[in-house]
Design a protein around this ligand. Sequence first.
Ligand code: SF4
Ligand code: SF4
Ligand code: FES
Length: 256
Amino acid sequence: MSAAKKTRTNVKPKKTLDIKMIPIFVMGKRYEVPETLTIMKAMEYAGFKFIRGCGCRGGICGACATVYRKAGDYKLYAGLACQTVVEPNMYLTQMPFYPANRATYKYSDIGAGPEEIFKLYPELFRCVACNACTKVCPMGVEVMDMIALLKQGNIARAAELSFSCIQCGLCTSRCMGELPQYHIAQLARRIYGGKIAPRAKHLGEAVAAVREGKYDQCLSTLAGMDEKGLRKVYQEREMEPAMADEDWVPADTKFL
Ligand code: SF4
Ligand code: SF4
Ligand code: FES
């Protein structure tokens, strides 16, 4: 890490900003942190450096699953460290990896039927419908319903229901049936996307156009530009209006 980066990571708010400090406990040790920070930023403020358990910082990658409890409350809470704001006397620990079973398969060898999922993940039938997975999910996925749909063989609906899953692993950590729900859901989405969903006609046309070299000239023009030129093209490009019609195209179509 460079000196400049070190300085930025360790920046502490000046007292004149009048930010209230609150105590939190990270893996049992007490730290005073500004009350406005997310768990992730508070941990960095306290001196932790993330080499695992941090990715997008935007609630998308699922790397920062965190489990916590509040003083005087028996309940275990869970959330994403990059999205959850600290609270006074929060006891927390991070869960950057959960050792869930992940089946190995060759995608081209598996079929489109639910029996493929039953074979690769027989633990699917260990679900006891406790709903702990749904309650803990930070993305609001109806995890138990998704598992029930797969048991019924409805891959399409299960794939749709699990669309917002970010693979954080929290559901598996609470599952008394020891199901790797997010790996099972990923297989369902793969089967649905590649083997069940109808082929998109416009996508086929676009791929054919690429293969026929429709974009070769504009790509080589862009590849030949220096950084300044590329920035200019990017910054001056005509933007699609927020309320554009479905068939909107820019006035300059040379890069289409
Ligand atoms: S379904 Fe499970 S792995 Fe996916 S986001 Fe919800 S808790 Fe995380
Ligand atoms: S936590 Fe496990 S056992 Fe409970 S409903 Fe979810 S998948 Fe089923
Ligand atoms: S760092 Fe990606 S979801 Fe939190």
